[in-house]
Design a binder for this molecule. Sequence first.
Ligand code: CTP
Ligand code: CA
Length: 226
Amino acid sequence: EEEQNRSSLLKGKKVLITAGPTQEKIDPVRYFTNPSTGKMGFALARQASLMGAEVTLVAGPVTLDTPPRVKRIDVTTAEEMYEAVTTEFSHHDIVIKSAAVADYRPKNKYEHKMKKSTGDYAVEMERTKDILMTLGERKTKQYLIGFAAETNDVEYYGEQKLRKKNLDAIVMNNVSAEGTGFAHDTNSSIYLTKEGKRLVLPLMSKDQLAQRILTEAAETVSGEAT
Ligand code: CTP
Ligand code: CA
């Protein structure tokens, strides 16, 4: 019976999830990226689908298989992710941004491979758009959940992001802690809502964490509807 309850908690809901890193090219053979593998976002997509949601997954370059019944949109750069996510945003009920989006990209992109020469080389970088911040400004009915990847003062920075980006909840990860964050199969985190509900989620599999996050969101969203 419990299984049945779980698999219908998000029935009729549309859930938008982002996953993975972005890649920002400097020339055809070189790019800037980060260690994200997409496991957390794919776990969220898989679990949301199991809970009955209609799931759209916007994925950066990763090597994972698409979970069953999930609509996947592949992107490479932060700009492409911005375009895909802002296009999809309006017709979703719950939006979870677990992607590790590049904050900067090379200001100049070279058409041909650059040849090395002696001496140092500096790359000028420019800011990308903050996708989550844009969603926070535009949101109407959407329940918006962000992630915070921190190495220090996790709760301080996490709560700042929750407020600044107008989120409904944030999942804060200490990415320098053992077994947590980039490329691991497990995560330990603190989940904080804008109402101040704070859940300490100890080290668990990313699928388990995904279930916890989605259950919290589903209960809040359906609680608001009644
Ligand atoms: N994010 C985003 N677009 C960006 C950068 C980040 O949508 N250009 C989202 C991430 O997907 C995540 C949240 O913002 O859900 C927090 O990302 P994080 O890197 O922890 O924080 P930043 O706001 O980028 O700040 P900083 O990296 O300086 O800590
Ligand atoms: Ca960042």
